[in-house]
Design a protein around this ligand. Structure first.
Ligand SMILES: C[S@@+](CC[C@H](N)C(=O)[O-])C[C@H]1O[C@@H](n2cnc3c(N)ncnc32)[C@H](O)[C@@H]1O
Length: 279
């Protein structure tokens, strides 16, 4: 799709600099009260405008739907477009399981008549399956697991599915771990650029949550579609070894919430710091 039109629409949707003003349309602020979740009002406005710009022969793909806040925002007024959402209901332990019922309810209440195709499972496995989407992905929103490897793979694994020009929106991008993954990925993969960075002023900023970065992908003519041997090996590691580690970790977090939370806080504090010099 023509990504430049989305950036123009974003400029028009805010009274001033989107970084530091609220969207003109009050729906996005209201939606953060209506649907539990982790995305900020300004992010919801951007997702909706991106989906609105999709041509009919391309689709929207989201990884990390949780209770559906970002997805419900994307579909508003965008009936007639095709939306794919991937969610494994693994994070947040039992809360993840409860999220499924709330997601279904939110989609019934607020999903309208949009064509929403919910794919349950691990995104790094699903995205590599033949025919997982029935048309090129024009808008991709990644809000799944946030490790260095998963953020690298979030771009690598989707690349073959993308339209020749596509908008890629990455949540939590103010975190140093995400920016390091992008730096590494962009160095090795032509056709990508970071086009806008709306950073969080502090953790869980009501406008931008933990920051949203917009990347534009333009397929380089003649370049082979598909993962390189290295990227495929990383994907296999993520979907076999790392996936099992995650399941054990979230299970332990359910059984021993106090100690696991303390340990996770120690491990993650630097890679997810906002407002530090560790970028
Ligand atoms: C921060 S939440 C998403 C929030 C949501 N976008 C919103 O607007 O509130 C992250 C979600 O990603 C899901 N997730 C994490 N890794 C995943 C993976 N590899 N495949 C599919 N879903 C994944 C988690 O289960 C969790 O529900």
């Amino acid at each position: 799709m023509q990504t430049s039109g989305v950036f123009d629409a974003i400029t028009d949707a805010f009274p001033g600099d989107p970084q530091s003003t609220d969207p003109i349309d009050p729906r996005w602020q209201a939606m953060t009260g209506e649907v539990a979740g982790y995305t900020g009002a300004n992010e919801l406005a951007v997702l909706n405008l991106a989906a609105a710009a999709l041509p009919e022969d391309e689709c929207y793909l989201e990884v990390g739907t949780f209770k559906g806040r970002s997805l419900v925002a994307a579909v508003q007024g965008n009936e007639g477009k095709t939306f794919y959402a991937m969610e494994n209901f693994l994070e947040f332990g039992m809360a993840g399981q409860e999220a499924r019922a709330e997601l279904e309810d939110n989609l019934r209440r607020l999903g309208g008549s949009a064509d929403i195709r919910l794919l349950e499972g691990d995104a790094f496995t699903l995205m590599a399956e033949d025919g997982v989407v029935d048309r090129p992905v024009g808008v991709y929103f990644y809000d799944g697991e946030h490790t260095m490897l998963s953020h690298y793979l979030a771009l690598a694994v989707v690349e073959p599915l993308l339209a020749d020009e596509a908008l890629v929106l990455i949540d939590d991008a103010t975190w140093p771990v995400v920016q390091r993954a992008h730096g590494l990925f962009l160095k090795r993969h032509p056709g990508w650029q970071i086009s806008a960075t709306w950073d969080a002023q502090h953790a869980d900023d009501p406008r931008w949550a933990n920051g949203l970065h917009a990347l534009v992908f333009r397929r380089v003519a003649g370049r082979r579609r598909g993962l390189s041997r290295t990227d495929e090996a990383l994907r296999r590691y993520q979907t076999t070894v790392q996936d099992r580690v995650n399941k054990v970790a979230w299970g332990a977090a359910d059984r021993f919430p106090g100690p696991v939370k303390k340990l996770a806080g120690l491990v993650l504090s630097r890679s997810r710091a906002i407002g530090s010099d560790d970028h």
